[in-house]
Design a protein around this ligand. Structure first.
Ligand code: ADP
Length: 395
């Protein structure tokens, strides 16, 4: 491929971007940044390949997605970075049942993806707004959609089923799983880092960021994961509740008179670490806090990770390696220590010094299950997919 790959991750109030050198086999990062404060004070910040800041400015007030993207494209044009962009890769949260891999965006593809808005109302419309805006601004630019669901698309059918009549499953009411781009990155990175034999065994990856999930890998393929129909299920997260008896939602509506919008707001934005602590959704703040409620939120978080570890280990029929990644997984030695202390049942023995150094291997030599810290890189994965799709489209 000739030229660079721009990766866009359009969220509700920000657009994150990364530029990769598409002509180098290893796809090195040339620069990255974000536009924050969409619909508020809109700020553009960017860094070059050495991590030096190249811009950090307010670019407008109350810009919508389209205007923010236009500001980004204009800035790129002025800086002469946009000239060599050969393709744009987008993170799209939901690929539904139709897409099990990245796809070149056409009008027909976009129409299919729009149908999935109700399945991920907080992410999908913003992801697609990025695609639609760029189509308007640069109609000739090839765009590739990369899905958070795709990596889990072929988990065993039982892991996809809810215990509902089949017609619901057939209509798309099923467990999809998310964070797939992160797990896919892990699947391609793990053989080099933890060794090919271990990597192809029974591995659980804990992606503990603002959003959090865990994935069971066998032979580097997803066989089950903690998130389900929406990105609410599984582990408690920064502000999302994680696994919750569906009866709670019904009860709050029927008995407390909460509207579905109010329940949705509670479960997505006022639960998880923030909801339990009443203090913050940021693990750093909670770890530094003396408040009892902060401790309770941390204890619940760790308890639930251990419980899901048990469930996924059962799905795998045993466990060879546990891998931590994303903000909390990668940088928080105290959380990893607490998880490993509860996971003695899995034969895990933590090497405290290695854990303080953030690994990569943080278990002792005689630990029956080895434990690792491996940084994820979803943006790079999108850049790789985008180049691959373009190369195969070019024949
Ligand atoms: P996202 O899911 O938005 O991509 P990240 O993977 O970057 O998020 O994770 C962000 C979260 O990681 C923050 O909310 C914070 O709680 C946590 N985090 C980052 N660094 C640390 C740290 N040193 N100790 C504890 N938690 C951390």
């Amino acid at each position: 491929m000739k030229g660079d790959v721009l990766v866009l991750n359009s969220g509700s109030s920000s657009i994150k971007f990364g530029l990769y050198d598409g002509e180098e086999p290893a796809l090195p990062l040339l620069g990255h940044g974000q536009i924050e404060g969409i619909n508020g004070q809109t700020r553009l910040s960017a860094f070059d390949r050495n991590g030096e800041s190249v811009i950090d400015e307010v670019v407008g007030d109350g810009l919508d997605h389209g205007q923010a993207m236009a500001a980004l494209v204009e800035w790129g044009r002025q800086r002469e970075v946009a000239r060599d962009i050969a393709a744009v890769g987008h993170r799209v949260v939901h690929g539904g049942t139709l897409f099990d891999g990245p796809v070149l965006v056409t009008d027909a593809v976009l129409a299919e993806l729009k149908k999935l808005d109700p399945l991920a109302p907080l992410h999908q419309p913003h992801n697609l707004a990025g695609v639609a805006t760029l189509t308007e601004l640069q109609p000739e630019m090839p765009q590739v959609a990369c899905f958070d669901t795709a990596f889990h698309r072929h988990v065993p059918e039982l892991a996809q089923r809810f215990a509902l009549p089949r017609k619901y499953h057939d209509a798309g009411v099923r467990r999809y799983g998310f964070h797939g781009l992160s797990y896919e990155y892990m699947a391609q990175a793990l053989p080099d880092i933890i060794g090919p034999t271990l990597a192809s065994g029974r591995v659980i990856v804990a992606h503990l960021g603002n959003g959090a999930s865990m994935c069971a890998l066998r032979n580097l393929k997803s066989v089950d994961t903690t998130m389900g129909f929406t990105a609410l299920d599984g582990l408690p997260m920064g502000t999302r509740c994680g696994n919750l008896d569906p009866g709670v939602g019904l009860y709050l509506q029927d008995e407390w008179g909460m509207s579905s919008a109010e329940v949705s707001e509670l479960l997505y934005y006022r639960s998880g670490l923030l909801g339990v602590s009443g203090i913050s959704n940021d693990m750093r703040t909670l770890l530094a806090s003396e408040e009892l409620a902060a401790q309770e939120a941390i204890d619940l978080y760790v308890y639930r990770i251990n419980r899901e570890l048990g469930a996924l280990t059962a799905a795998l029929g045993g466990l060879d390696a546990l891998v931590f990644t994303a903000g909390i997984g990668q940088y928080s030695a105290p959380i990893r220590e607490k998880v490993c202390a509860l996971a003695g049942w899995a034969g895990i023995k933590l090497d405290a010094a290695a854990n303080e150094q953030h690994g990569p291997c943080i278990s002792t030599k005689d630990s029956a299950t080895s434990v690792w810290v491996v940084p994820t890189n979803e943006e790079w994965m999108i850049a790789r997919h985008t180049r691959d799709v373009l190369n195969s489209a070019a024949g």
